[in-house]
Design a protein around this ligand. Structure first.
Ligand code: ADP
Ligand code: MG
Length: 638
């Protein structure tokens, strides 16, 4: 029989599995059991919707370990696979995340990226069927599709390919037979132990650990020492035992459960390597009756920032999964949450479209949103460090949430916000900021820039700090857009220290500056003309201590926002209204006055240079850096 080749990417994954550096080899059993359970779910679902007449009690998974032939066999009476399905599902990396694996790892180029990277990528996807090759050197799959009278055998000894042939099989479903690898000869205590997967106690403990919640019985023959009847003698009796409790963990009482129970379920169900940062287990009765288990991951999944990422929770009704990702259950700003909802009130046959309008579902979604908010608030007040970790990974998501909903979602979200504080020199919440506000302080001050260092170097920041006010540092692109949507917090408005409206001067200072501006009206008029397409106005200001110049924003769109928008695709770019502010106490003023009297052409060049300098301080790229350098060089060589 001709051997078929695996698709390149599958071959690569297989090779990795075979030579696996993955330490948790035992998870292969979890993967095979979960496939068996999925296959039975499919048939059960079909039975319910097509009235086939199978009941839940008709399904089971059977595990058989045979030390002599060194095989471990996992049998299910689920839906089974046709010949084509064997080919499609096991010949290529077909389903779920494994498909994505190819995009990440490339198609078989052996040295990019590193094996370690690859393993971590695999971990993020869930390793799936191929994980069997971590412990077996040959795998046989006998399968019979429900309703068909043909059965097929798929065989593979690894990366060199697979065969498919007709075979005998009485019942529908699949039987996966693993020929377990031999233990490598070694005295090293840490050497691989494959043979333990043939031991009853080991299999039992792996099932308990990863698959206890599986809703079908996982059975195995067990050798029990029992007292003979009417005798003191013992005998060994074979007995079929169910290894798993079958109660989905979300239906258990919280008091029975430990963190590790939740964590194990999370990792096995949602294919993550690491424990989640938090879990929420809610049981609700009333307007909507449901159990929910929500997890907040420690890190975003690999595709979180891509278009392919789909938010959503698994949706069950009475323990049967009806949807893998129900997006309507999560608002976009909590799209990082993983988990499931099990509700008694939903129909099995409900379609995606119908769900969108389902009243029950809306109520459930609202209540889930509330519980995620509460959990995060609790974390913020009780476990600050943990929250900071969360914020680092997903804070932008929350800020986007406020922005994208035009502030409508701000009520629950604004108290989750954190920004770096100039006075605390660490992250602070708006609530904490307001508590520290000075009596005469009117606004919540903020400054925007690429980094804390850059913001610290802004002349306006120095001026506001000198007055003793705290400043929030906005270093994320979305930050200022987010604050703009908030409009105010606790009746305090937000004020950019880079805004032309910033008003820190005393009445006397204001009067003085006003006079100076009036005296220099014509000078500034000339400068403004030279910068006609760049600034709205040129004037003196008191904000500057040592630097000669700065630029400030005069409208709703700040200079920093313009900068961010300019980096986005598209040609039509919104521009900020800018004011060029000159340091009235700087020696440059005398020079400008001199040029106004003697060399008006040169005054225009000075205006351009000062403007360029102000832009550089703001961290904004010059439109024509060569011209600027030329102007400076010209001055240097005069
Ligand atoms: P995933 O379970 O994420 O889809 P796997 O690699 O675990 O990926 O399995 C690949 C596919 O093979 C499954 O999607 C399913 O279609 C099929 N499959 C695997 N095991 C079984 C089984 N026991 N019964 C029926 N189909 C199966
Ligand atoms: Mg699977």
């Amino acid at each position: 029989m001709a051997k078929k080749q695996f698709k390149a990417e599958s071959k690569r994954l297989l090779e990795l599995m075979i030579n696996s550096i993955y330490t948790h080899k035992e998870i292969f059993l979890r993967e095979l059991i979960s496939n068996a359970s999925d296959a039975m779910d499919k048939l059960y679902f079909k039975s319910m919707t097509e009235n086939i007449g199978l009941s839940r009690g008709d399904f089971e998974i059977f595990i058989e370990a045979d030390g002599e032939s060194r095989t471990l066999t996992i049998t299910d009476n689920g839906i089974g696979m046709t010949k084509d399905e064997l080919e499609a599902n096991l010949g290529v990396i077909a389903k779920s995340g494994t498909n994505e694996f190819r995009k990440q790892v490339g198609d078989g180029v052996p040295d990019v990226p590193s094996e370690e990277d690859e393993m971590s990528v695999i971990g993020q996807f869930g390793v799936g069927f191929y994980s069997a090759f971590m412990v077996a050197n040959k795998v046989e799959v006998r399968s019979k599709f429900y309703g068909s009278d043909e059965a097929f055998l798929w065989t593979s000894s690894g990366a060199d390919g697979y065969t498919i042939e007709a075979c005998e099989k009485e019942n529908h479903g699949s039987e996966i037979k693993l020929y377990i690898k031999e233990n490598p000869a070694s005295d090293d205590e840490n050497h691989e132990d494959y043979e333990e997967f043939l031991l009853e106690y080991k299999v039992r403990s792996i099932v308990k650990k990863y698959s206890d919640y599986i809703r079908y019985p996982i059975k195995m023959e067990s050798l029990q020492r029992k007292k003979k009847e009417d005798s003191e003698e013992f005998e060994e009796v074979k007995e079929i035992q169910t290894l798993n409790s079958m109660v989905p963990i979300w239906k258990k009482n919280k008091s029975e459960l430990k963190d590790e129970n939740y964590n194990e379920l999370y990792k096995s169900k949602f294919h993550d390597f690491v424990d989640p940062i938090a879990h929420i287990h809610s049981k609700t009765e009333g307007t909507a009756t449901y159990n929910a288990l929500i997890f907040i991951p420690k890190k975003p999944p690999y595709d979180f920032y891509t278009k392919e990422y789909e938010k959503g929770l698994q949706l069950y009704t009475n323990g049967v999964m009806i949807m893998e990702k129900c997006g309507d259950l999560l608002p976009d700003y909590f799209s990082f949450a993983r988990g499931l909802v099990d509700s008694e009130d939903l129909s099995l046959n409900i379609s995606r479209e119908m769900l969108q309008h389902d009243r029950q579902l809306k109520i459930i979604a609202k209540s889930i949103e509330r519980s995620i908010k509460n959990e995060l608030k609790k974390m913020l007040s009780n476990e600050r460090e943990k929250y900071e970790e969360f914020w680092k990974e997903f804070g932008a998501q929350i800020k986007f949430g406020i922005y994208n909903t035009y502030g409508q979602a701000k009520d629950g979200l604004q108290d989750l916000l954190m920004f770096y504080s100039s006075s605390e020199e660490k992250n602070t919440t708006l609530e904490e900021y307001v508590v520290r506000m000075k009596e005469d302080q009117k606004s919540i001050y903020f400054a925007s820039g690429e980094s804390i260092t850059r913001i610290n170097a802004l002349p306006q920041v120095e001026a506001v700090k000198d007055k003793g006010f705290e400043i929030l540092y906005l270093t994320d692109n979305v930050d200022e857009f987010c604050l703009q949507m908030l409009v105010e917090y606790n009746e305090k408005n937000f004020m950019s220290v880079q805004s032309a409206d910033l008003d820190l001067e005393t009445e006397d200072e204001k009067a003085e500056i006003k006079q100076k501006n009036t005296d220099n009206k014509q000078l500034f008029e000339l400068m403004r003309e030279a910068l006609a397409d760049k600034v709205q106005d040129v004037r003196f200001s008191q904000k500057l201590k040592t630097l000669p110049v700065c630029v400030s924003g005069a409208g709703a769109l700040s200079v920093e926002m313009e900068k961010i928008l300019s980096q986005m695709p598209g040609d039509k770019k919104a521009k900020a209204d800018k004011i060029l502010e000159i340091n009235a106490n700087h020696a440059i003023c005398d020079k400008l006055q001199f040029l106004y009297d003697n060399d008006k052409e040169m005054l225009k060049t000075y205006a351009e240079i000062l403007y360029s300098q102000a832009m550089l301080i703001e961290g904004i790229n010059l439109e024509n850096p060569a011209e600027f350098v030329g102007q400076i060089a010209e001055l240097m060589t005069r």
